[in-house]
Design a protein around this ligand. Sequence first.
Ligand code: NAD
Length: 428
Amino acid sequence: MKLVHIKRMRQELLQNPVFSMAAAQFDQVADFLDLNEELRERCKWPKRLISVTVPVKLDSGHVQVFFAHRVQHHLTRGPVKGGLRYHPAVDLGEVAALAMWMNWKCALMDLPYGGGKGGIACDPRTMSQGELERMTRRFTMEILPFIGPEIDVMAPDMGTNEQTMAWITDTYSTHQGYFVPSIVTGKPLGLQGSAGRAQATGHGVAFLASSALHKLGMAVEGATAVVQGFGNVGSHTVYTLANYGVKICGVSDVQGAVWNDTGLDTYALRDHVAKVGTVVGFAGAEAIDPEQLLCQPCDVLAPCALDRVIHGGNAANLQCKILAEGANGPTTPEADAILDQRGDIFVIPDILCNAGGVTVSYFEWVQNFQHYQWTEKEVISKLETLMQKTFEKVTAFAAKHGISQRVAAQSIAIKTVADAKAQRGMFP
Ligand code: NAD
């Protein structure tokens, strides 16, 4: 009976296209590492799948029940770390996939964490601040037995921000009876957040794109880039690349895309977005079809919005030299096979490319335990050192074994987790 139930749970997770993609990537790497069946099973499946309902009194007085999930992939090397997402499409399978990727990302960066992810199926754009606050606080209470600075440390993701983290900190601290800043990362600076956290992911994406340009023998200044998404990751990728002297020729968001052959004025673009909330209508550029944007000629293409945007239908048409994956899971296994066959695009895989966020989150957590604040310069310098070291490790591993950068990054990560599990042994 128990076995039937377990089999059904596996099938349910695998029915989700994002989880099945993460699982397919895992299987490929497990084959490469020749992991034995027991370690494969222990590494692949999440330790805890937590689903709760969250009743919220809306401003209208009506009570709405939201469905929420938190997945803790494993706790073998430390507490789980990962974002909390507010989006209508959140479901358990997708959250489990994102938790698995977080797991490999933390292990790859050698951070003392397992991977976690959470989400509430809701549309934050249609909710008032009061409704969001009540939902966040109630969700925190519902999962209180499963979180803590040494158990599960959340951070912002799509649809959440530092205010969300402030509400979680306050709810948790009120329950404990004292201030516990280390319960989350990505907090406001005034609540012991870290300098440099807001730009960390985008900064890391741009920094590794410049490392890849160096590696290919190309000049950074004057190189061209296209960035999909202009939220936290996309916008900071754009600003940092522009600071390096890279020409940003195209940018998109959920409403559309803009293009300028000679490079966009990113300061003016920032002001435009601050005023109207979208890149669409920017006077210094022409409109372009968002799908076509991905296939424009450029040196760096940085998808920084959604998963599965590089797929079997467009991978053959990409015209970039470097694919810098700011988003989680932007490239499907089908597209990976096409890119591998082409061999002319240098891929910086997501678990490496967008690891700047979790790395500075780790720095924030460390600072909270030290009760000490580092300067932005210290944070960014430590971030760049760690990212460059890991970039070298991944590219060397890929070259040594003749495998893709993605398989190399995931192999290093999965081996780290598998070794830790083997060393700890089995309980009982
Ligand atoms: P965000 O909500 O701040 O921004 C998302 C952006 O994507 C917005 O500009 C939105 O308009 C755009 N977008 C949505 N649909 C689009 C579409 N169809 N075409 C083009 N643009 C579209 O989210 P974020 O924090 O920037 O996260 C983006 C991605 O990066 C996600 O995959 C997230 O999991 C990943 N990520 C984020 C962090 C972080 O620190 N924020 C860290 C690692 C990975």
